[in-house]
Design a protein around this ligand. Structure first.
Ligand code: IMP
Ligand code: MG
Length: 172
């Protein structure tokens, strides 16, 4: 039986997001900010984050495939849902659930930059250091872990566990 070890509770998650939301609201005051969520994992985090911001923003989503049903990146990235709004001249904040190898994010930052926005920055709920392969700068992080496979709060293992309100370490 897979074991679920608690990492962050619902209450802890809320506190972490408040801190990041205050910072983003300050940094992007009087700018044209577009939040771009990476489906599906980031949808829970992004929906909480957007309601804690105190500045007006626009919202869009992209979907990429890089993972199969296992627990590690294949390195091959493909866009399966593109942007619906024009980000030219705007400030873009990519919102991720978790950064692992960094391959997905590196690809996404390069792709966004090719569309001539004013700026591109990165916000992640979890920064996982263990398997980082790409040097990428992460501008806003709610929680850092060294290792392990995490589920809950939008994060899945083979499409399961996304519904859990907290974050758990999955031991298979
Ligand atoms: P990267 O390209 O290796 O950084 O992979 C990033 C994507 O892999 C994340 O957006 C997640 O969808 C998925 N991923 C990486 N680590 C985990 C994890 O611990 N739990 C759930 N999904 C993960
Ligand atoms: Mg993801």
């Amino acid at each position: 039986m897979p074991e679920l070890i608690p990492v962050l509770s619902r209450e802890e998650i809320k506190e972490r997001i408040t801190g990041v939301a205050v910072q983003i609201s300050k940094d992007y005051d009087n700018r044209e900010l577009v939040l771009i969520g990476v489906l599906k994992g980031a949808f829970v985090f992004l929906s909480d984050l957007i309601r804690q911001l105190t500045i007006p923003v626009q919202l869009d989503f992209v979907s990429v495939t890089s993972y199969g049903s296992g627990t590690s990146s294949t390195g091959e990235i493909r866009l399966t849902k593109n942007l619906g709004i024009d980000i030219g001249g705007k400030d873009v904040l990519i919102v991720e659930d978790i950064i692992d190898s960094g391959l997905t994010l590196k690809w996404l930052v390069e792709y966004m930059n090719s569309l001539n926005p004013r700026s591109v920055k990165v916000c992640t709920f979890i920064d996982k250091r263990e398997r980082r392969e790409e040097k990428i700068s992460v501008d806003y992080t709610c929680h850092t872990v060294e290792e392990g496979f995490l589920v809950g709060y939008g994060l899945d293992y083979a499409e399961d566990y996304r519904y859990l309100p907290g974050i758990y370490h999955l031991k298979l």
